[in-house]
Design a protein. Sequence first.
Lengths: 402, 402
Amino acid sequence: MDKLKWIHEMAVDNGSKIILLVLDGLGGLPLEPGGPTELEAARTPHMDSLTGRAALGMSDVVAPGFSPGSGPGHMALFGYDPLEVLIGRGVLEAMGIGFPLTPNDVAIRANFCTVDADGNITDRRAGRIPTEECAKRVEVLRQIQIPGVEIFVEPVKEYRFVLVLRGDGLGANIPDNDPQLTGVPALPIRADDAASEKTAEILRQWWAQANRLLADYPPANSCLLRGISKDPGMPRFPEVFKMRSAAVAVYPMYKGVARLVGMDVIEHHAETPAEEFQVVRQHWDEYDFFFVHIKKTDSYGEDGKFDERVHVIETVDEALPILLDLKPDVLVITGDHSTPAKLKRHSWHPVPVMIAADAARFGKAGKFGETLCASGSLGFIRHVDIIPLALAHAMRLGKYGA
Amino acid sequence: MDKLKWIHEMAVDNGSKIILLVLDGLGGLPLEPGGPTELEAARTPHMDSLTGRAALGMSDVVAPGFSPGSGPGHMALFGYDPLEVLIGRGVLEAMGIGFPLTPNDVAIRANFCTVDADGNITDRRAGRIPTEECAKRVEVLRQIQIPGVEIFVEPVKEYRFVLVLRGDGLGANIPDNDPQLTGVPALPIRADDAASEKTAEILRQWWAQANRLLADYPPANSCLLRGISKDPGMPRFPEVFKMRSAAVAVYPMYKGVARLVGMDVIEHHAETPAEEFQVVRQHWDEYDFFFVHIKKTDSYGEDGKFDERVHVIETVDEALPILLDLKPDVLVITGDHSTPAKLKRHSWHPVPVMIAADAARFGKAGKFGETLCASGSLGFIRHVDIIPLALAHAMRLGKYGA
């Protein structure tokens, strides 16, 4: 955080423009030794035309061996060290459904579960009830009122829902009451610090009432409270880095993370990369910094679909001239982590990074991908360094010390 | 600082010799995509002959994106983490004019300014009075005496001068009284901690007397006090690293930084690189470690003179046999930051590093420059690692742990 303080002090607003284009899960793996990664297999003439005029490198999102979730991945991308600031699961889940969290909110990711007559858990996911059954029970739970706190309950998917408590003096240092086992009852709800006592008492009352109400609705006749957390209160991105900052994303979670750090979230109906880029074009004069998020590179990775990932990357490249025509001073292209189709999951592999700017130390031109980036002029960096480097390349950082 | 403690414990004095040759602002940029940097454009047969027998790498001086001033650049080169120890502007300015600071001194960088009859600042630089006008007023200010403290006033250039207070119990946690605006008076001088109260009181008295004396000398009829600071009190280089250590530099500031960390500063009349190297030769038996500083690579960078930078690098290379003939156990060639002619300023780009030593992991021979170094056996390091690496290559560091 000290480093952020220095970066804030060095930062100047010189009117230059930066685009951070994030292809979710961009980093990949070859299916066979000697083969290309997804990015290397993709036909990307526009990105390739930038490589000779850009600084290239590979970047560890959190630390070597760490496979980041979307929260830490984006915290790091936005310049916050994900080893220092971790967004809780409840907050992430609330952001994932687009719930507008405030700093006074405690967010909880909750699961419907099944308990027997003795209160012992028999199914931690209540038979994976369909989403409409979830919504019906959420409607019931909305009856619960507790003095001194505003309560929101929102359905998510199948057996999952979000609970939000809004009020003053609500700490969130409270462990899950999910025992992660069946055949035993839920754990008692207990605060781990004095600042969370009030929250714990409210949750105990809420949970008791919820159990009474849900008794009539088997198999989802109880629930488990997890990831009890608050906005960690990061310094606000637009103020720290002195840029009017906007997010263009399709999925609610990424809008939520951007909102959490204080970016404006541009509302739009875009779905394809080209449509998202047009949104940037329409708002070009209003902001200095644009975070543009492409989701599908990640989703296809999780599904193990190599060719579909290649295809999404190609659609991004085809649309890239829309951004290039805006002549940003700095264009960063990277991902928030790797999601190799080969592994069907987020992975720890470093992510390729390109910083296209006149002030870049130009390297060798070639096919944009992991192999070229691994010998780039940026070397191996960490994701938390990407924003400082983007600012530097935009001539937005003064000197450190005399 | 913890790491320094370990390095100190591991260090042994085995009589080996290390030269740290610093070409100020060495790192550069190609003017055009695909072109060479300044170092790559320079004809450097002697340096090139070492590359195959040396460990090469690229180094971030402070952190990715940080463009260091000369102070942090040299602190890092000398093995002190510049994110932990920052030298104040007053101390640097005093060192820049060769003022021999002691640990008891508070150094202040002061500007003559112009105030109107109400004491409001009308020109923060007093119309940039010529240096001889500055010297005349400094002579007047030297009359001021305050009991319990020794006071030094020294002219610098145009409207700038240095004020030094010497005495016991003088803290320096006092903000500038420069409001950075015109149309308002100077800010009150106030200590930010109890240890600086005495200094603040002395400065208030000094400043009041200075204003009375300067009233007769418009346009420089007042002054602003900035960068109030002390020697940060680093552990002394010769003791930490167990080497008799000397500095050979032409410019006062670099002599000052070396003196600040406890190196001997060799007095000489050398100006060219060859002459500086001869000074090293003359004192070869007296020291284990030589810091040799070449300034002009930086000055020409700031002026945007690519070809002149190339030429200075070539004169260093031509003279290099003088150092090579001394057969140092380790020769490090690097810079304190990048100053690409293309940008006309200190920049954040990593700096090439060569550690020529028998114990180096040899890499590919070739033209010494950013491209070769980016694929070198050292990888991407930080400047604070250079001294530990030099010691290691000189077999001056034992094992860490059993």
